[in-house]
Ligand binder design. Sequence first.
Ligand code: HPA
Length: 273
Amino acid sequence: MFEFKEYVESANYIKGKMNGKKPKIAIILGSGLGVISEDIENKIVINYKDIPNFPISTVEGHAGELIIGNIGKKEIIAMNGRFHYYEGYDLKETTFPERVFKLLGIETLIITNAAGGINKEYKAGDFMVINDYLSFFAESALRGQNLSEFGERFPDTSETFNKELSDKLKEIIKEKAGVVREGVYAYMKGPTFETPAEIRALRIMGADAVGMSTVPEAVIAHHCGIKNVAVSCITNMAAGVLEEKLSYDDVKNTADKVKIIFKQIVKEFIEAI
Ligand code: HPA
């Protein structure tokens, strides 16, 4: 658990490094999807380890830095590397940055991730805009004392992902990638990939894709009034869908193959909103 003043302390540290920039858009770069950071201009890079109270990213393929700068005319903050529950953090730690973003004046959060495809129509390399989530097997990131400075005790979740922004993102994906998916993301805690039986169950429950991130971040951001929009890169078909074992190499290889188009989608989206 963190106290309100700890979020303030981190935000003040970051503000002190921002050279007067006032970004309203933040983006979380998912596994292997950090390439967009190359296109950020006038960069200010802050290492997570230098920010008071910030956790440090431990996963291969995830850097650990905040990048503040411009994409086109827009000022943004990018999280190059995120925090996952499976790394051993509790959910208040994994979602620490989103509350700091709120204090920095962020209004829109773009969340990206790598995910497994559960919907049998999907193919590796597809992009799915997330319109809702399942999170039955994980505790809520809001468990514990409510910090009313950020939001209410029992928040509504019927529009965790902003519809207007999601529609805009779908349009851009369709134009750039030819195919766009939209569906329900099932949050699983990892780090084991799911079992084939879990994937069959998740499919029956209405999930289209599965992953180990995004939901805690989206819950915390929505709670404090940030608008979310989220996209999964389907890096592999989920366990048991195809006759093959899963490996993180497949996740990285697919992310690598789509990174140029992914970058174009994100850039165009940021410029359009
Ligand atoms: N399951 C969970 N997380 C993932 C997967 C998956 O199949 N692919 C990429 N992240």
